[in-house]
Design a protein around this ligand. Structure first.
Ligand code: CP
Length: 292
């Protein structure tokens, strides 16, 4: 099985994976050795801190091993003109699972057809980043009770965000009210309300989750994007049990002065949950077993 899109996870699969992640996080050392004969290949054609390193940490913590190409534009045979399909087919002769990040929309989905082992999409252009969507949802489920009807607001560069769009698609499976500060053209639902920047302050007071994104300047410079910046004064108006998520990296929209507020879970909890969820996914993919 490949992991190519957030949409492939229905509620039952999400519940099962989160239960596996819960078991792993409650006794992390217990699973060391479960995939000790397995090898993960990671090939990143775009920069990454969290996705690549958390997948690699997840694999090593499960007792498996990793071979890795970072900056693959320069450090793989792509630099000599090799196609992504040929790179992936080759790597799939060496390893048991491959995680790829690529700057072209749909490239990973296409390359997965050439692989003899499962392929995980680590982010393709502004299109998909399925494991980020899973860890974001896991963070809400785990760090916060799920209120009767979850209210979540998305701010920032939603048009070019590969984290917000897949996440919204899986959130729509649940009882949610979603507020967005710019339109997301690929998704249409009466659960989504577009609000103006002038209404962000009022919305902040009422929501359970604030999901911030940065300006994706590397994907498109010629656009007007939100100038919204979260301030300590605004956080003071939020519910005490609300949480602030950000897929990171952040820029000026989320200043360091917010980091010590109890609502700020992005730097530690959300990041660490990424490793637990990726351990759960690798465990299920490589052992064909579930702990959930
Ligand atoms: N959230 C995320 O994808 O971060 P990286 O770009 O550092 O992997």
């Amino acid at each position: 099985m490949n992991i190519l899109t957030a949409s492939q996870f229905d509620q039952a699969k999400l519940t099962r994976i989160f239960a596996t992640a819960d078991k792993i996080r409650s006794s992390p050392g217990r699973w060391h050795g479960e995939v000790s004969d397995k090898l993960l290949g990671s090939v990143f054609f775009e920069p990454s801190t969290r996705t690549r390193l958390s997948f690699e940490a997840a694999m090593v913590r499960l007792g498996g091993q990793v071979i890795s190409v970072e900056n693959a534009n320069l450090n793989s045979s792509k630099a000599k003109g090799e196609s992504l399909e040929d790179t992936v087919q080759t790597l799939s002769q060496y390893v048991d699972c491959i995680v790829i990040r690529h700057p072209e929309e749909g490239a990973i989905q296409q390359a997965a057809c050439a692989s003899d082992v499962p392929v995980i999409n680590g982010g393709d252009w502004a299109n998909e980043h399925p494991t980020q969507a899973l860890l974001d949802l896991y963070t809400i489920v785990h760090e916060k009770y799920w209120p009767e009807r979850l209210k979540i607001m998305f701010t920032g560069d939603l048009l070019c965000s590969r984290t917000a769009q897949p996440f919204i698609k899986i959130l729509l499976r649940y009882d949610v009210d979603i507020y967005v500060t710019s339109q997301i053209p690929t998704i249409c639902s009466n659960k989504i309300k577009t609000i103006s920047e002038g209404d962000i302050g009022e919305c902040l007071r009422d929501i359970d989750v604030l999901y911030m994104t940065r300006h994706q300047w590397e994907r498109s410079k010629e656009r007007e994007v939100s100038e919204f910046v979260l301030t300590p004064a605004l956080v003071e108006t939020m519910k005490k049990d609300a949480i602030i998520l950000h897929p990171l990296p952040r820029t000026k929209e989320l200043p360091k002065s917010i980091d010590n507020y109890p609502q700020a879970v992005y730097l530690k909890k959300q990041v660490k949950n990424g490793m637990w969820v990726r351990m759960a996914l690798l465990y299920e993919l490589l052992t064909e077993k579930s702990l959930g």
